[in-house]
Write a protein that binds this ligand. Structure first.
Ligand SMILES: [Zn+2]
Ligand SMILES: [Zn+2]
Length: 347
């Protein structure tokens, strides 16, 4: 068992930013696993915490170590743990579920009513060590790049969003090309979409979307995405629209560009309630709207593993920056600017 101190990126006070600190290495419980972090990735959620926006102020208790997307090596296991062994190379599902509520008991733990999130409700992975419950551990193949292994959790969001319905041979539109949107482009392509239309206002990210397999990239500052999707589909619209922007106007456009009988999958978290034209854009179109949260445990993780392991997906273009943990501020500034894909911190 480890004892002693480790370096970690901490939110010490309720204010903008974070600090590098020395904190005790987490002590594990009987059912937990201690992992030495090899790579940790900065998520949009971490940027909310860093910025200390309204959501973070309501949700996060300081002081805390944050971060939740990682890969690493098992350093110690609790006395009741038999499924995970010291030395194994792992990542982790970040939703800690109760196992006893009705959704958990009926095969839907991704919508557990008592979900706690690593790095939000528990100590996170922007540190040399992180602890997680043994049942959250996901084992990685030995040859997987630690940076790639660290982004399987957000890739799982993209996989869950895109593969919630089959759209081979159809047109998939991805609205919002942040890192998960970029991954969704690659997943849609891998899943056999005939056309993948990537929509954003950020040219840097649209160029990445092209690299990830988008057949059309639409910059909303210059072009009308509705006109372009209509032209690409002979006026029918996109069979599947994945909403990853959270912007009310983009959501309205997304509903408008969906084909009659099509699907609209929402992974984004709009800050405020959004008004939509249910009558004309949903009911009369026979649209199916699906909210997406987390990853199916562990169906999505298995899909992620197999898509990466078979080289159907190559996520390396998305990992645009890597920094030592100590230089976390550079990583957060890049994330805040939007001039990056995934940013990895190496403890
Ligand atoms: Zn995340
Ligand atoms: Zn539950």
């Amino acid at each position: 068992m480890q004892s002693g101190k480790m370096k970690a990126v901490m939110k010490k006070h309720g204010a903008f930013g974070a600090v590098l600190a020395e904190v005790p290495i987490p002590e594990i419980d009987k059912h937990e696993v201690l992992i030495k972090v090899k790579a940790a990735s900065i998520c949009g959620t971490d940027v909310h915490i860093y910025n200390w926006d309204q959501w973070a102020r309501q949700r996060i208790k300081t002081p805390c170590v944050f971060g939740h997307e990682f890969s690493g090596i098992v350093e110690a296991v609790g006395e009741n743990v038999s499924s995970v062994k010291i030395g194994e190379y792992v990542s982790a599902e970040t939703h800690i579920v109760c196992g006893t509520c009705v959704p958990c008991l009926t095969g839907k733990p991704h919508v557990c009513k008592n979900t706690a999130i690593i790095g939000v409700d528990t100590a996170g992975c922007f540190a040399e060590y992180v602890k997680v419950p043994a049942e959250n551990v996901w084992k990685n193949p030995a040859d997987m790049d630690p940076a790639i292994a660290s982004i399987q959790e957000p890739l799982g969001n993209a996989v869950h969003t895109v593969l919630e319905s089959q759209n081979a041979g159809g047109t998939t539109a991805i609205i919002g090309c942040g890192p998960i949107g970029l991954m969704a482009v690659a997943v849609a392509k891998a899943a056999g979409a005939a056309q993948v239309v990537a929509i954003d206002k950020n040219e840097y990210r649209l160029a990445l979307a092209k690299q990830m397999g988008a057949t059309t990239a639409v910059c909303i500052e210059k072009e009308d995405p509705l006109k372009i999707v209509s032209a690409l589909t002979e006026g029918e619209g996109a069979d599947l629209v994945c909403e990853m922007s959270g912007h009310p106007s983009a959501i309205a456009q997304g509903l408008a560009m969906a084909a009659n009988g099509g699907r609209f999958h929402i992974l984004s978290l709009p800050e405020h309630p959004v008004t939509i034209d249910l009558t004309n854009k949903v009911v009369f179109k026979g649209l199916t709207i699906q909210g997406i949260t987390g990853r199916k445990m562990f169906t999505t993780w298995r899909q992620v593993s197999q898509l990466l392991g078979s080289n159907v997906l190559d996520l390396s273009p998305i990992i645009t920056h890597q920094f030592p943990l100590e230089e976390f501020e550079k990583g957060f500034e890049l994330m805040r600017s939007g001039q990056c894909g995934k940013v990895i911190l190496i403890p």
